[in-house]
Design a binder for this molecule. Structure first.
Ligand SMILES: C[S@@+](CC[C@H](N)C(=O)[O-])C[C@H]1O[C@@H](n2cnc3c(N)ncnc32)[C@H](O)[C@@H]1O
Length: 376
């Protein structure tokens, strides 16, 4: 094959963490680079619209370039940013959230708050999923489905690495091929946030954003109720919805009289919760006619998976017309799309990125929206 090595100037960092340069008018993506760097890179894939390249040499390094702490960095598919100072990782993530909201969501003057950093930049992950195949135990290689044998994962907590060592030791006895989720603490097999300290910061942020003395909280995609349980003092009733019945069972275990947890699809359940609400149903006409003020103040939290909200869920939110909507997102582009759809009825009050996953390109965001006040 005819592979070219080219000199490039890195201009930006794309979602997913690859550096972007231009060559003959075409975007070239180069992993493990930093904007402003001069590099030489080998073009390994050439498409009509863009090309992909592998870093050959950094010719002029960014002052933000640092030594990666993991021997697998560059091969493992997990981390994208170990070659960057932590401050710079934070700056890129903050900027990517703002850019997604402006470019994809077409939102203007986004009220961005500073990014909340992770107190631990390595050794933070409380769980990992490794794969075992033909005696190899580890993570997938970058951009591939072949496994990289991993002895230790430096972004994971010591307890997780001990579990990994045990799993690897049991290899001689022959373990089954497949996925193994290793956790820092035994117990909950349901969704839990990956970085305890930043999960607590996210929970505290949400508690701060929600006004006190309200009637009803709906925590959609509640998992085992992290947010709902932290907000009990502010509401007469809380309802959590998640289709993972193990998560719902965990949420119910220590539930008070105020709490109701529903094992079901947010899409259908949100419509029904709306329907049984005393002041339902609310239509788009009600909103336009300014009848919203008669409705009990309700807060809705949504924390959907990376795909974001379906059109039906967005519609249910507009019908439900909560006075406060908190949107927790692990994917800025779908957040941007959804906020664009919701913006007629809500004002975006604040957008706070959080660094739940240092060294990786993943970004967590908490957005706070308030119902548009209606003229009488
Ligand atoms: C990002 S997690 C949020 C968990 C929770 N808020 C927390 O902080 O622990 C997403 C949750 O949404 C649930 N989920 C995904 N799609 C759903 C759907 N259509 N209906 C109900 N639950 C859903 C998953 O089971 C998972 O618990």
């Amino acid at each position: 094959m005819n592979m070219r090595v080219v000199d490039l100037k890195i201009e930006d960092i794309a979602f997913g963490g690859k550096g972007v340069a231009r060559e003959q008018g075409k975007a070239v993506f180069v992993p493990y680079t930093i904007e402003s760097e001069l590099v030489s890179a080998e073009i390994v894939r050439e498409k009509k619209q863009f090309a992909e390249a592998e870093l050959v040499e950094v010719k002029q390094a960014s002052p933000d370039r640092v030594e990666p702490q993991c021997p697998y960095f560059g091969r493992c598919g997990g981390c994208a940013y170990q070659h960057m100072s932590y401050e710079h990782q934070l700056a890129i993530k903050w900027r990517q959230v703002r850019d997604a909201l402006e470019r994809i969501g077409k939102l203007k003057d986004v009220p961005m708050r500073p990014i909340i950093p992770s107190p631990e930049q390595y050794g933070y992950r409380n769980r990992i999923t490794v794969h075992a195949q033909d005696g190899v135990i580890g993570f997938f290689r970058r951009d591939s489905h072949t496994l990289l044998d991993i002895e230790r994962c430096p972004i994971s907590r010591d307890e997780v690495n001990r579990a990994l060592a045990e799993l690897r030791a049991s290899r001689n006895r022959g373990i089954r091929d497949g996925h193994y989720t290793l956790r820092a603490s035994a117990g909950a097999r349901v969704f839990s946030q990956t970085n305890d300290a930043v999960a607590n910061a996210l929970r505290d942020l949400i508690v701060d954003l929600v006004p006190p003395n309200q009637q009803l909280l709906i925590d959609a995609y509640c998992g085992s109720g992290l947010f709902a349980k932290a907000l009990l003092d502010k509401f007469e009733r809380v309802i959590g919805i998640d289709w993972d019945r193990f998560a719902i069972a965990a949420a119910k275990e220590d539930a008070t009289d105020k709490e109701t947890y529903i094992a079901g699809d947010v899409e259908s359940e949100l419509q029904q919760v709306g329907a049984v609400h005393p002041n339902r149903p609310v239509s788009a006409n009600d909103v336009q006619a300014g009848r919203l003020r008669s409705i009990a103040p309700t807060t809705l939290i949504v924390d959907p998976p990376a795909t974001g909200l379906s059109a039906e869920v967005r519609k249910a939110i507009l019908d439900l017309a909560p006075s406060t909507l908190i949107y927790v997102s692990c994917n800025p582009p779908t957040l941007a799309r959804d906020l664009a759809e919701l913006q007629d009825q809500f004002i975006i009050e604040s957008v706070t990125p959080l660094d739940m996953f240092p060294q990786t390109a993943e970004i967590e965001v908490g957005a706070c929206l308030r119902a548009v006040p209606l003229a009488s």
